[in-house]
Design a protein around this ligand. Structure first.
Ligand SMILES: [Zn+2]
Length: 126
């Protein structure tokens, strides 16, 4: 798990925390669950944090739009796509917004999740 530090109201990575005075931390899981993927404010390193459902929707929209750094979008996709799918299978939360957002990438999410539930295999692995 990636540790994050807080310095001057910004999240930074462990390497950068060692280059400054007075960084708070470490905070596990990249600073904890957030509404978007967290990157180090100093060097841009991905902090590998868990996401809220709003966070998954944010990532799905970003990937679908294709705006921003392609390397970063690929990183987010690799990190969160299968995890989001796995959580959709087991959650009882109201996640229509997330399903809609991800359906722009892998349509239709609802059907895929239902198939997973009946077949017992995750279509997004491998
Ligand atoms: Zn850094």
């Amino acid at each position: 798990m990636t540790n994050a530090y807080v310095y001057d109201a910004a999240l930074i990575c462990e390497d950068c925390a060692q280059t400054v005075q007075g960084a708070d931390g470490p905070y596990g899981d990249g600073g904890g669950e957030a509404d978007c993927p967290q990157h180090c404010d100093m060097c841009g390193t991905f902090l590998d944090n868990p996401l809220t459902w709003d966070g998954y929707a944010y990532v799905a929209d970003a990937i679908a739009d294709g705006h921003g750094n392609p390397d970063v979008l690929a990183l987010w996709r690799a990190r969160y796509l299968s995890e989001c799918t796995a959580r959709l299978v087991t959650t009882a939360d109201d996640i229509d917004g997330v399903c809609h957002a991800w359906s722009h990438i892998r349509a239709p999410m609802r059907t895929s999740v239902a198939q997973h539930a009946t077949q017992g295999s995750n279509p997004y692995e491998r």
